[in-house]
Design a protein around this ligand. Structure first.
Ligand code: AGP
Length: 631
């Protein structure tokens, strides 16, 4: 997640077109007056959310480069470092998510060149590394690892003729693929070089010290003055200067950005887990997402440039996203179809991009992504754009690839989301999508100004409603404590409650490791009811008034087969639902169309408490990374 000051970045970032495909390892680099190692390790810790399976540092020490690396968690690396005196003030560090070669001490970064004079860290994939490796082998270079990265270290050495910047530029000219790089060289102990293409890298400016990092939180405790590197740029860092170059070696000027969001936004602030902290932030961030877009009770979506004429010409809307963002898209389908009467198809990005979708200028494609870097989603955006579709993106990370490539853009102001399991991003995505649905409907003339104002009023009530749910979280905690050993959990719902159930089920799966499925209530008797037996756990949202009786019947069906049911329903229905469910979690009364933005919170809480009860790593569940930037 690269979080910049929204005001200036909106202007700076929009409209720039880039091609990317990224691997989200973590890079930190330091040059300055202090010991490099503590800066590198603390910075890498802030990047842990990106996922990694090994870590390492390279530091100038007594005239030579020392490389220390270790498989597994950063604590393993820290243990190794205890017994080694590394006092150097220039270094690069890395957390690696294995792509080429298993996670072990050899494949970990940094990688060193043949002579040991060059050390590099790299995020990304070098697609032509086999050809480069073969070439270098003919020149006598020996390879130690199975990685694609090692070729870069050797190639920089091969190209080095006394100027590190030139050597890196010449090397990059031969690379195909994506990279963020940090390079140090024994010949230049007072400098290091970094570069990027299709993988994030920022430069932090200090006083007599400078930094690079994959993301701002890694260096925020040291500096708030940031340079954003563009693709195919190389940067030379010395402790008192930073110069950016293009691929021709020409100097490039770059405006300094001041980050003014609080460092604690990316810290736990006393919460045991980021996930809990992020759920507790939901009321605030939903409000932050809605408020700037409403003036005098009406919508003001400055960054959505679709005119009434454009909207009238939209024959069909595609919504494309992955995971939680996809689930937000399913909710949006109901809202847009109901209000704007435009047909909506919701697609998983990895399917959309490969199915040659029938898309034209008569379509609007809505792209949803927290990170703005999910590769499948980004590629789906490009596919739709190539075919002439209008694009509107809902993105959380300011300046991310998806944000940059979208003509129409609504940021969700959720702030940094560190926990792998997305929570506050989902609620804010829904808030933004409701705004879009209202806007489309109003522009199309399918809702009146009175309807719009009433809906806006309801939308404004969501933050307070979510707060009420959070204030009563112990009810969910108790239920989770009783049922955390469940082998399988079903989420049952109808209409928007079905869309919501998909998200509840995903949340539980990813952090509790319990098998779970979301089912449409009416579909149950077409097969799945065979799985319901004594003690089967079922979570049922009942927020859709016109489907309420049908859903109560579904609960009766599963209860008759021995299921245990936790229902989530507006206060007005509690008495009725208590007659059929084992536990009822009330939410404030709300327009059914908007209910998912509130009713999801008990589901998130349930997943959280089950995960805690099971002793799982809540924020970093197994096999998952925060941003999925590979296929
Ligand atoms: C949600 O908890 C997951 N971490 C995952 O499904 C996520 O929503 C998905 O990978 C999409 O990510 P994006 O919003 O950053 O594109």
């Amino acid at each position: 997640m690269i979080f910049f000051q929204p005001r200036f970045v909106l202007e700076e970032m929009n409209g720039k077109k880039i091609e990317r495909s990224i691997i989200m390892c973590g890079i930190v680099g330091y040059i300055g007056k202090n010991k490099a190692v503590p800066v590198l390790i603390e910075g890498l810790k802030k990047l842990e959310y990106r996922g990694y399976d090994s870590a390492g540092v390279a530091v100038f020490n007594g005239g030579k480069i020392e490389v220390i690396k270790s498989k597994g968690r950063l604590s393993n690396l820290e243990e190794k470092l205890i017994s080694i005196e590394l006092s150097g003030a220039v270094g690069i560090g890395h957390t690696r998510w294995a792509t080429h070669g298993e996670p072990n001490d050899i494949n970990s970064h940094p990688h060193i060149s043949h002579s040991g004079n060059i050390a590099i860290v790299h995020n990304g994939i070098i697609e032509n590394y086999i050809q480069l490796k073969e070439f270098l082998q003919t020149k006598g270079y020996e390879f130690k690892s199975e990685t694609d990265t090692e070729v870069i270290a050797h190639l920089v050495e091969y190209n080095y003729k006394g100027n590190l910047v030139k050597a890196v530029i010449n090397t990059l000219n031969d690379l195909e693929g994506s990279y963020a790089l940090g390079v140090i060289c024994t010949d230049c102990p007072e400098q290091f070089v970094a570069a990027r293409k299709d993988s994030p890298l920022i430069v932090g400016l200090g006083e007599n010290e400078n930094y690079i990092a994959s993301d701002i939180p890694a260096i925020l405790e040291h500096t708030r003055e940031i340079l954003i590197l563009e693709d195919k740029e190389v940067v030379l860092l010395q402790k008192d200067s930073v110069y950016i170059y293009d691929m021709l070696g020409q100097r490039v000027d770059r405006e300094v950005f001041h980050v003014d969001w609080d460092a604690t936004a990316a810290e736990k602030s006393g919460y045991e887990h980021f996930m809990m902290k992020e759920m507790c932030e939901e009321p605030k961030v939903i409000k932050d997402t809605i408020s700037p877009r409403i003036k005098d009770g009406m919508l003001v979506l400055d960054s959505v440039k679709l005119t009434a004429e454009d909207v009238a010409g939209i024959e069909k809307i595609y919504i494309v996203a992955c995971g939680t963002a996809y689930h937000a898209g399913v909710v949006a389908k109901y809202a847009i179809e109901r209000l704007a009467r435009i047909p909506v198809e919701v697609d998983v990005a990895s399917e959309f991009r490969y199915r040659d979708p029938i898309v034209s200028e008569k379509n609007l494609t809505i792209i949803i992504s927290q990170s703005g870097e999910t590769l499948d989603t980004l590629m789906a955006l490009r596919e739709a754009k190539k075919k002439g579709s209008k694009i509107l993106s809902i993105v959380n990370v300011v300046g991310s690839s998806i944000a940059r490539e979208s003509q129409n853009l609504l940021y969700t102001w959720a702030g940094p989301e560190i926990a792998v399991a997305s929570t506050k991003a989902y609620n804010t995505q829904l808030a933004a999508l409701y705004l879009v649905a209202f806007d489309l409907a109003y522009k199309k003339g399918t809702i009146s100004e009175t309807d719009l104002k009433r809906l806006i009023n309801e939308l404004n009530s969501i933050p307070d409603s979510v707060k009420q749910v959070l204030d009563a979280k112990e009810e969910v905690q108790r239920f989770a404590a009783e049922h955390y050993n469940a082998k399988s959990v079903f989420f049952l719902g109808r209409g928007l409650d079905y869309a919501l159930s998909m998200e509840g089920s995903l949340k539980l799966k990813e952090i509790s490791y319990i098998h779970s499925e979301a089912y449409a209530g009416g579909e149950l008797k077409h097969g799945t009811i065979a799985l319901i037996e004594q003690g089967t756990l079922i979570i049922c949202p009942l927020t859709q008034d016109f489907l309420f009786d049908k859903m109560v019947s579904n609960i009766r069906e599963v209860k008759a087969r021995g299921a245990v049911v936790m229902a989530i329903t507006p206060k007005k229905h509690v008495t009725e639902v208590q007659k059929v469910a084992d536990v009822v979690v009330p939410i404030p009364d709300i327009d059914p169309l908007l209910a998912p933005a509130v009713a999801v919170t008990p589901m998130q809480l349930f997943a959280y408490y089950v995960s805690v009860q099971k002793g799982n790593d809540v924020d970093k569940p197994r096999n998952l990374a925060k941003s999925v930037t590979v296929e």
